[in-house]
Design a protein around this ligand. Structure first.
Ligand code: PMP
Length: 457
């Protein structure tokens, strides 16, 4: 490498503003500078090896430096890197759209491309709103509001933040946002007075129904992370919850938007999470795993019915006026298409399902640690809620505890992240049983070691 590590560290601290990061603390730390990856591992500039337990922010499907994905990218880059979808089409974006329509639930058949999950959500919200406006009947003109769950996370752009429910991230921007209608999330572990997840779920559904009875006529859509609220700390929804949400949306004439950005492409053990509840949303957002982590790409899919409401004479002003420069980028679409073909060829979904059972067995061992309050898992995503006291479920006031656990794991060769009091594991979907086991062992050792340190001090 032509640069010294110290030099890179200095420039990183001087020039790069990192996401979701308190830069004062970051600049006092020793940054981890990653240089290359191979399979389940990342390597830093000194050649140290780390198990990638975060799948490079939940995007990695087949492992780093996959020869097949590399080839797909090389083939495309030698043809063309980009042209625009504004007034023209391109081969990879056509083939990928066709593929997406084939693999997503039933009636989703129209694909609008973008480049981040947040943009896919913005597009979903705008399409949902304009859909009702485009219908000729005046009775739908009031449909301008959106319902989302408490602790929801749908991205960081203004519309996505508007439907977000995470105080820590979203409170400061309140004056800039449109109003959302919140509804309770079945976060059973933190809900007082409910003994089972079924009871917690029934309560949330009841509250949602009351809301829809009162306000349904003003609501354009309900947006939900199906099965798991990822960023809120892997809040796993009880079985049947999503199906009930779908039922209510249909009954009260509200579009159901499933944000599959985090859970799509195999993460929960099915290609898309909503399949597990046999739910077909009106609009679906995908991103992250769509290219296996190679290129920024996202998409918003809708039904024929929604799409048809935008078909009109230009003078009627029913066009969807939205588009980004990199919409339908050829490199991204080509690698996404190959990624999906490989998911099929390698029978990845079947193997994720099997690995999820093994992963669960390893995870349950973490309950041996008295400070592990709750273990939540769906497929190959897991959250370990760390508490000061298992009885009261109180969390450590000192936020450094969680950061220290992540640092201890890094020192033992594992990259993971915390979300509030939750240690989150998001392994690469192609990881072996042995690697999953090692990951959980490191988490075990790291929690034990750090908590012991805090108890003494
Ligand atoms: N929706 C969900 C459910 C997400 O988890 C995320 C990102 N973690 C997003 C949307 C936003 O995606 P991006 O970071 O690509 O904008």
């Amino acid at each position: 490498m032509p640069y010294q590590k110290a030099e890179l560290e200095k420039w990183d601290k001087e020039y790069v503003w990192h996401p979701f990061t308190q830069m004062k603390a970051y600049r006092q730390s020793n940054p981890l500078i990653i240089e290359r990856g191979e399979g389940s591992y990342l390597y830093d500039v000194e050649g140290n090896k780390y198990l990638d337990g975060y799948a490079s922010l939940w995007v990695n499907v087949h492992g780093h430096n996959d020869p097949e994905l590399n080839t797909a990218l090389h083939i495309q880059v030698e043809k063309l890197a980009h042209s625009t979808l504004l007034g023209s089409a391109n081969v990879p974006s056509i083939l990928l759209a066709k593929k997406l329509a084939e693999i997503t639930p039933d009636s989703l058949s129209k694909v609008f491309y973008s480049d981040t999950g947040s943009a896919a959500v913005e597009i979903a919200l705008k399409i949902a709103y304009q859909y009702w406006q485009n219908l000729d009947s005046v009775k739908y003109k009031n449909k301008s509001k959106f319902i989302s769950l408490n602790e929801a996370y749908h991205g960081d752009t203004i519309g996505a933040v508007s439907v977000g429910g995470m105080d820590l991230f979203h409170r400061i921007f309140k004056p800039l946002l449109f109003e959302r209608i919140p509804t309770p999330s079945p976060y059973t572990y933190r809900m007082e007075g409910f003994e089972t997840e079924e009871q917690a779920s029934a309560y949330c559904i009841h509250q949602l129904e009351k809301l829809l009875q009162n306000k349904g006529e003003e609501v354009a859509g309900l947006i939900i992370e199906p099965l798991v609220q990822g960023a809120a700390g892997i809040i796993t929804h009880p079985p049947g919850f999503l199906k009930q949400v779908e039922r209510l949306c249909k009954a009260y004439g509200v579009l159901l938007i499933c944000d599959e950005v985090a859970v799509g492409f195999g993460r929960t053990g099915t290609l898309f999470a909503c399949e597990q509840e046999d739910v077909v949303p009106d609009i679906m957002c995908v991103g992250k795993g769509i290219t296996g982590g190679y290129m920024p790409l996202a998409a918003t899919l809708t039904t024929e019915q929604i799409f048809n409401a935008f078909l009109a004479h230009p003078d009627e002003n029913k066009t969807f006026f939205h588009g980004h420069t990199y919409t339908g980028n050829q490199l991204a679409c080509a690698v996404a298409l190959r990624n999906i073909e490989l998911i099929e060829e390698r029978e990845l979904i079947r193997s994720v399902k099997e690995k999820a059972k093994v992963f669960k067995r390893y995870l349950l061992k973490l309950y041996e640690l008295p400070n592990v309050g709750d273990i939540r898992q769906r497929g190959l995503m897991a959250g370990i809620e760390v508490v000061k006291d298992r009885q009261t479920k109180s969390v450590f006031e000192d936020k450094k505890v969680m950061g220290d656990i992540i640092l201890a794991a890094r020192q033992k060769g594992l990259i993971i992240r915390e979300l509030g009091p939750v240690v989150t594991m998001m392994p690469i979907l192609s990881m072996t049983d042995e690697e999953l086991k090692r990951m959980v062992e490191i988490v075990y050792e790291s929690i034990k070691e750090v908590i012991a340190r805090y108890k003494v001090s």
